[in-house]
Design a protein around this ligand. Structure first.
Ligand code: PLP
Length: 382
């Protein structure tokens, strides 16, 4: 059996989520229908909304269900066309690609995008060597232009797991009248996500990263804020996102949220720390290790061994890990996250991501560690 250590790409469906999914997939369930089936679907939708809202300390009417995290990010960032956009350099491509064109250039020319001069480069906020946003730069850029701004900073990075100081970002945004969107897709289920404590105006979460099904996600938005909808048509989601809600996936989303187990997450960190320690002793390089990180994520380089070589070897040995982000799969691009952290391109090209989750065992991490050490012993130049 292959060992799956790519939870940040997508997590296996949790059994409780699967049960709910199967239950609702068998029924004709359009919550806008007025007959009994429709009313049952509507009740199920609102029950799920309540469960998800409660789990993140939001109000149910602050939840807009979407089809993916990507759609929720686009809804947030395209929802305020009159605001200039400021995003951190390490955001997911679904955010970077919406940033004034600079990110499109950045992703395509990944090799040296940091140095690339772009007309909108002033809208990207850089990070330090640990991948933490430069708060002084954010404040400086907000102060420099009186045009209302929308800031987007992720809660936890998908490649390194590094956690951002969102409450501090929120305080700065508030001072300058900027709206704050926070992409919490990777944080949900791994660390506590509290919408009211974070202080963001909008938050993105996605079910499939937390044991729920593909096809359900949410944009959480303070109910005092009105947003221009991305999708128009039917009046679903209080007119903020047209399209029939995916009841089976949304039900599974709520079930996955109810199944969140933070004690298990803490165990993952202990196991990954032990793994990293052995890798460091064998010449590996761990990224973001000095920062607060998600308990399930390790980003580690095996110097001089390209990540494509590593991934092929691990795949042949039945380990599923990844490099870069799953969304830019196919050819592996150098990680824009590691480059933004100032990692040398040659080293960034040797980095892989190990991400564990609800069904990972200590034995699996130990076996993977042995496999990594064996490969490093064979290939790393002494
Ligand atoms: N944001 C982050 C940080 C992610 O890691 C991902 C997926 O990898 C997304 C957004 C996109 O989410 P989805 O796959 O639900 O579209």
């Amino acid at each position: 059996m292959a060992i799956y250590l790519d939870y940040n790409a997508t997590a296996p469906l949790h059994p409780q989520a699967l049960a709910k999914m199967q239950e609702w997939q068998l029924l004709p369930a359009n919550p806008s229908s007025v007959h009994g089936f429709g009313r049952a679907a509507k009740k199920q939708l609102e029950d799920a909304r309540k469960i998800i809202a409660e789990s993140i300390s939001a109000w149910p009417n602050e939840i807009i269900f979407t089809g993916s995290g990507t759609e929720a990010n686009a809804t947030a960032l395209r929802g305020f066309p009159d605001r200039r956009l400021l995003v951190s350099a390490i955001e997911h491509s679904s955010v970077l690609s919406l940033q004034g064109g600079v990110a499109d250039v950045a992703i395509q020319k990944n090799k040296d995008w940091i140095a690339s001069a772009s007309p909108r480069n002033d809208e990207i906020i850089q990070v330090d060597a640990n991948g933490i946003i430069n708060l002084a730069e954010l404040e400086q850029k907000l102060a420099a232009d009186s045009k209302p701004a929308l800031v987007s900073v992720m809660l936890a990075n998908n490649e390194t797991g590094v956690i951002q100081p969102i409450a501090e970002v929120a305080a700065i945004c508030k001072k300058y009248g900027a709206l704050l969107h926070c992409d919490a897709v990777q944080a949900l289920g791994k660390i506590s996500v509290d919408f009211s404590l974070l202080g963001a105006d909008m938050l993105t979460i996605s079910a499939h990263k937390a044991g729920g099904a593909l096809g359900a996600a949410a944009l959480v938005i303070k109910n005092s804020i009105s947003i221009r909808p991305l999708l128009t048509g039917g009046g679903q989601e209080l007119g903020r996102r047209a399209g029939t809600e995916n009841i089976a996936a949304i039900s599974a989303f709520a079930a996955a949220v109810e199944a969140i187990d933070f004690a298990k997450m803490q165990k993952l960190r202990t196991w990954l720390d032990a793994m990293e320690k052995q890798m460091l002793q064998a010449g590996g390089v761990v990224f973001g290790g000095d920062a607060q990180r998600l308990p399930n994520t390790s980003c580690v380089a095996m110097p001089y061994v390209g990540n494509e070589v590593q991934l092929i070897d691990f795949d042949l040995n039945n380990y599923a890990v990844s490099a870069g982000s799953a969304c830019s799969s196919g050819r592996i691009e150098k990680s824009h996250v590691l480059l933004a952290m100032g990692v040398a391109p040659e080293l960034a090209a040797c980095a892989i991501r190990v991400s564990a989750g609800w069904n990972t065992t200590e034995d699996e991490i130990k076996k993977f560690t042995e496999s990594w050490l064996r490969l490093a012993g064979r290939l790393v130049k002494k």
